[in-house]
Write a protein that binds this ligand. Sequence first.
Ligand SMILES: Cc1cc2nc3c(=O)[nH]c(=O)nc-3n(C[C@H](O)[C@H](O)[C@H](O)COP(=O)(O)OP(=O)(O)OC[C@H]3O[C@@H](n4cnc5c(N)ncnc54)[C@H](O)[C@@H]3O)c2cc1C
Length: 494
Amino acid sequence: MERLTADLLVVGAGVAGVYAALAAEAKGANVLLLAKDPLPSGSTPWAQGGVAFPLDEEDLEAHLQDTLRAGRGLVEEAVARSILAEAPRHLERLTTMGLPFHPEPTREGGHSRPRVRHLGGDQSGLLLLRGLLTHLQSPVLEGYMAASLLLAQGRVAGVLAISPRGPVEIRAGAVLLATGGFGRLFPVTTNPEGATGDGMALAFHAGGVLRDLEFVQFHPTALPNGALVSEACRGEGALLLNSRGERFMGRYDPLLELAPRDVVARAVHREREATGGVFLDLRPIPHLEARFPTVVASARALGLDPLREPIPVAPAAHYAMGGVKTDLRGYTGLPGLYAAGEVASTGFHGANRLASNSLLEGLVMGERAALAALEDLAFPPKAEALPALALDPHHLPALRVQTEPAGVVRSGEGLRRALAFAEALPLEEVPPLEATRAALEAGHLALLARLLLRLALLREESRGAHFREDFPEEAKEVYHLEAQGPHVRRVPAG
Ligand SMILES: Cc1cc2nc3c(=O)[nH]c(=O)nc-3n(C[C@H](O)[C@H](O)[C@H](O)COP(=O)(O)OP(=O)(O)OC[C@H]3O[C@@H](n4cnc5c(N)ncnc54)[C@H](O)[C@@H]3O)c2cc1C
């Protein structure tokens, strides 16, 4: 078997992983990155809207208030304040690196002011990632999938990876997970195929804590195949209409089309059920094709013409607010293991992420986690791989259908049925080198489905992205749910 070593092993090469690697290599560390799909991979290159940066000192407070409001009591204020306070430094650095941010910020849902900086019209994530990659010197092993963590003397000491060229053992002084979210658990999602929650499953399996997993953000406006129609479209004048041609958002929220995402997603869900369909009218946007080239191309690929008529839209699974619990330095509590980006739960997003706060978190926390990891390198002599979690991938289509009760509107009955299905699946521990990529991904999704459904059932209230029609009110008590091993605990927020 091939054997490699590094000071810092970064698993994932989206915004969080690449920015982390840049920070570590600037300190002279020997860094290795893994990306299970060829670059540019992950959700990052799909991001359309941009990155939310506070405009100035005064706006920092307003940006914080918007973040707190969207997160419905579950945003950890000290975490949000510290991430936002650091944001301007990163914008300055990225601009110095030559990233072509548009000078005019745009406004997105839940933001009280225009403060989202985009690149290349709606190609924000792609240009951001490409720009970062041009500065990266460390090698990225493309097509290598971390299948299990290596443990040594109570520390995470590397990973066992599978690749089309065979297995490889990578020993490292510390491991940083930057593997993104798990949108692929749902039948309709904006996420790319590799979004199977690998980092969350690996960390949980090694004893780490997963927090707030029940909070999944559904983007209100995806095309029938999951292709995203950016929220920035509504920020620039696009209107939501039901199949009777009525502009309906006034019945749901005074912020109309720019209400927080969870509110718009539920409104779209209800109007689809009540009237048979919801459409987005993009025609009010000036210079539509130049401003939103990706949106126009995605619609045309489905035979729709947004320049002539409203296009059909529906909610789609979009972003995981929960993930591997970390502190403000990206530390997971498992010696040697750090996490940053969508895989992590820092407490920044609470029950509902504010639009375009996630790329920002990936930058700030990517750098912090890398620097903290470099302070904590250790190279124990002998390491053992944990068994991998696998499921026959033929179960995946049924799992996705059965998990539908964990969608935009949930109920105890539906969640219980879905959980019974997920728990009956033959998820098994196997030697990591015996599993295929497809079986590992299915195994990770099945594990996360079980945990998500368990937490969603336990949360008998509606808050942010988690809406229970049998418990439609917010509870007085504000708490996180944490899963570790067989246990689930309530932890008071704040
Ligand atoms: C369509 C879309 C539009 C969005 N628009 C915006 C926006 O405008 N603004 C915003 O702030 N956010 C947006 N988001 C969310 C944001 O893009 C993501 O949250 C963010 O990019 C996640 O970055 P990341 O670095 O954590 O992970 P990702 O970018 O998802 O990268 C994950 C990386 O990990 C690798 N990987 C995964 N598992 C393994 C494994 N087992 N072994 C090896 N490698 C692995 C992948 O190949 C990939 O390289 C959007 C998301 C989507 C899907």
